[in-house]
Write a protein that binds this ligand. Sequence first.
Ligand code: CTP
Length: 412
Amino acid sequence: MSHKYRILLIVSGGIAAYKSLELIRLLNAISCDVTCILTRGGKNFVTPLSLASLSENKVYEDLFSLNDENEMGHIELSKNCNLVLVAPGSADIIAKMRAGIADDLATTVLLCTKKPIFVAPAMNVRMWENAATRDNLQELTSRGVNFIGPDKGEMACGEYGYGRLSEPNTIANYISDFLISPQEPQINTEVSSQLLFGKKAVVTSGPTHEAIDPVRYVTNHSSGQQGHAIAQALSKHGAETVLVSGPTNLPNPNNIKVVNVKTAIQMLDACEKEMPADVVVCAAAVTDWRIEAPSKQKLKKSEKVKSLKLSENPDILAHLGQKRKNRPPLVIGFAAETEDVIKNAKKKLFEKSCDWVVANKVGADTNTFGGDRNKVQLINKTKTESWPEMSKADVGNRLAIKVAEHLSDLKP
Ligand code: CTP
């Protein structure tokens, strides 16, 4: 069968290595020709013969057996593919990748390849949670290595937690998405990297509704999609996440505590109750005013209401950003602007004492409200980063990775 893409699959040590057989079958089904490198550790769990039979390709094992002119050298192996996938990726191979160790064929190929690298980690939960592994992940993520999983669950050793290899179809789906649109930033919304393990995140999302009477209210166009995606991404990267959401039509994200509120005052109150937190992201489009004395009964047309008396709502972001006991170390706001985006966003950064502002253009000529894509700038006190247009899920993921990097830099 002729395949459209070539994948170099590195199978490293671990009980999950047997899943690489199913993975090869699924990758073949999405038009990928798979060539395997089997590490010495991997060979304890899966045989070269089974990998060769399924992939219908020679399986490479030894760095020094490649000297033969007829064989493909390690440089060729690393060049001759669309991407390199390490599945399962043991704690050991991840540590070697970070350190640049090249003491076998797999690590040598990983050190010399210029192709995108994907790693599906699999290890014991305590190895996964160890500070050394988390540092390695963070460093490799910042170098552009993509991580898929791991999943949470029962382990072969009887323990429970993060560290199970992602299911082969999750890995194959992710690879397929990447191969179809490689120009997309390589961000995996399925990743649960645990970069934010031990951190608490509070995210506001959606609009607020300010009642005029029991049936009418004042609000705005916010769909909540961006805020919900940020909460989901922070959670997937291991943060204990609380989503304080105004009324939206979105389903509650998985595995996240959701506090549903209607008004700005309720939103502020719910955020306060969740303090202290390590990071707060105010993505909600809070209605700036509320009706001073909403009618308890439905207003009748015959009452000829000519005006509504408004009071200013509390500014939740400014409140959480101000100098105070338990101020979160990282307070992030949004600036939805129709004009002078950067200038207005910087003004908000200073006026609301926040650390970062995510700025985006909204209005009739953009599809930001209600659309599933976004083009944002990330602004802090010293610099502005312009991100390419991407899905709101990817904005969330990229932001979550930035948050993880920042919080780890703050470590004493
Ligand atoms: N925000 C908030 N509470 C408010 C108003 C805004 O927490 N009462 C937060 C939003 O969640 C966002 C940021 O402040 O993170 C900026 O919101 P935006 O609507 O762009 O600006 P406003 O402060 O409302 O100012 P303006 O409408 O004048 O642009």
